[in-house]
Design a protein around this ligand. Structure first.
Ligand SMILES: [Zn+2]
Length: 67
């Protein structure tokens, strides 16, 4: 798998009280943590905007839960 150049991250919008998506540009990719249940990536360790961050994504079971 090649390193992603951008990630569709999911985050909690406290004002709207809902989950929202945001595309994050990846400057450096440092791996991911996989979901214990569906084995899909749950969070990615990246560098963006000069900072190291952990960005969360929807794994397969979180997509199912939100339906
Ligand atoms: Zn999962």
């Amino acid at each position: 798998m090649t390193d992603p150049t951008e990630i569709n991250s999911v985050y909690w919008n406290a004002e709207k009280k809902s989950w929202e998506h945001k595309m994050i540009q990846v400057e450096e990719y440092h791996g991911f943590v996989e979901c214990q249940q569906c084995r899909k990536p749950l969070s990615h360790n990246i560098k963006t905007g000069g900072e190291f961050k952990v960005v969360y994504v929807e794994c397969r079971c979180s997509r199912l839960r939100s339906r």
